[in-house]
Design a protein around this ligand. Sequence first.
Ligand code: GLN
Length: 186
Amino acid sequence: MAKRVGVLALQGDFEAHQKALQRAGAEAVQVRTPDELNQVQGLVIPGGESTTMLRLLHAANLMQPLKEFGETKPIYGSCAGAILLATDVINPSQESLKLMDIGVQRNGYGRQLDSRVVQIPTDSGDMEAVFIRAPIILRVGKDAKVLASYNGDPVLVEEGRHLVSTFHPELTNDTRVHQMFLDKIA
Ligand code: GLN
């Protein structure tokens, strides 16, 4: 049976993630309420604008339910989603779910490099990585595993059941990152 996975659909490129999850064989649904969150086995937090997403998460009463969800179920955070999962956020600092022991710097590649597409090496071969006003992962905790790096910075990291990327695999046809996430769902 297909795994039922949610995509947080308050802001950002949630539709692209929904399609990517479907391409990877999952049943993917949009999540906007605590009730909808209760009905999925894993959740993707998409890219977008993390400050706006935080504000909308509070408005939807989703902060505490998300923290609890992440204590037992897998979450994949892409770009702004990675910022929300991190323990420490700088530039500027802001509240986060603290579900992964990583530290991130928002807009870490600077304004002159707003967006770029590069090839990054992974265990399963090169992968096209789209960066859009991406954060830099400055620190990873001892239980985190770096799965891919770019220019010496981690860009794809897992810690236990959770996964983050600072790039946007949902904007390519490569389903490996979404597949990796689905593999974490029991
Ligand atoms: N710069 C955004 C932020 O800080 C993240 C960008 C993205 O998700 N593509 O929230």
